[in-house]
Design a protein. Sequence first.
Length: 554
Amino acid sequence: MLAGAGFVSNWAFWMEAGYFDRTAAAKPLLHLWSLGVEEQFYIVWPVLMFVAVRLRRAALVCAMTGLLSFVSALWLVRYHPSAAFYWPTSRMWELVAGAGLAIAASGRCAERNDNAHSASSIGLLLCAVSFIVLNSRLPFPGWFAVPPVLGAVALIAAGPKGVTNRLLLGNPVAVWFGKISYALYLWHWPLLSLCFIVAGGEPPVGVRIGIVVLSVVLAWLTTALIERPVRLGAPARWKLVAPCALMLGVAYLGGMTYVRDGLAFRKGYSPDADVTTATLGAGHEFVDLTCGVPPADRHLFQFCATDRRAPSHFAVWGDSKADALYWGLVRKSTPGMSWTLVARASCPPMAGVHEIASNPADAGDKCRKANNATLRMLLGNPALTTVVLVAASRDIVGPQFAHDGSSKATMSAAGDGLDNALAVLLHAGKRVVLVLDNPSLSDPRQCMSRRPLAWSVVRHLLGVTDLGATQRCAISYRSYLENTAAYHAIVEQLTARRPDPTFFDPANVLCDVKRNVCPMTMNGKYLYSYGDHMSDYANGLVAEQFLPLLRRGH
């Protein structure tokens, strides 16, 4: 909204993603990108033509500008396709084609056009072929943009005498649609997109046809009540003041919505669970964002916290899954049982190995530095008597690891890295517990409906019959074991090597093993917060089962 008010939507959407990406249908104002390109052209072109006319080189400047823009489109569509689609430099030649036609036609009698019939027929053919052939898989705009542009130029050049223009485009029905076309362009996409968002997918054909009909009605009303009075009515000061004030209001609303990360009513809806429970981080009021690592190493850790209510004797070391577990431990621990968290995203707690990386400055090298810094902190702090290791299975199975001093990846390196970390901590007299990864389900946001679907009339209008997304998102316990067989094999090897550490599997809490299901929700609460990370409700359940195990051996 903010970018649209400033006519720079094309730049905003370019920075987000490609026009034909999977989320395009979920962007209600995506169609404003073309208005941004047009307005930027309208600002630059009159100035350029003013200079060109003074130099008596209007045609030459027009031709050179169009050629340079077209060449840039060919280069960008090959190396930077998203930029080619959104940048005005690669789109200017399409608008310049119309300007060139105007320059060529200046001074020529519009009534005399010996090639009107052939021009209109060729133009219609080029536009029809473009409509049929072009799709999201073809590089655009480049050579594939030439046929529709030439088709439009030919239709305009043919004038009112061309047979196609006279019979088709001059038809009263086509003329009526032409008069409301700008408003129709503005209305149709937001309505289709918002229905896609609310329905959670593409609405039925009948619903989409109804939306198009509604768009036509709204376009006619706004054309008659707003566009024509502003454009064709008597001059008045309000025609300048009112649109400027409204645009500023739209810009402010868009900016504030962005700052607040959306408005409250956009949150999800579920008929069988409380969507506000799909959150993580409850308990921040009990901790300080420090974890004992030196300030020089602090930048290596996205997750760093220590319970400030009492000195810590327990530490959680791992990746983002360690953070997801930590907050349940903080909230559910008995007084005096305090916890420290030290974790780096996508960085499993290992020693003596490193992830094979494309260059030494990337995340793999930083992970090794973070693990070394963590070990130094844990070994240097005798008060931390118990260390809990947590890591996502995808951070252990999938990446390639090599032993330190070698650049050759080996199958056993991931298990050896975990085993080395256990050995170092056990040798230092620490009690070590390895918490297995939780089952991986869909992101909970994909398992919610939009709040308007709480109303039966909206569900009926959009053709939505099934709201049980949380049930559809559940997986079987058997499939969970099958998909993580390689990970569990590594865990089994660790248990065989070192019987000293304690192993805890949260799947026994988060899944109903007897019923062979790992659900998205339990007791009306979401078990996941983002991605496959546990929610505060889930980490509380896990902590209630896990903490007694620690207390018995402490």
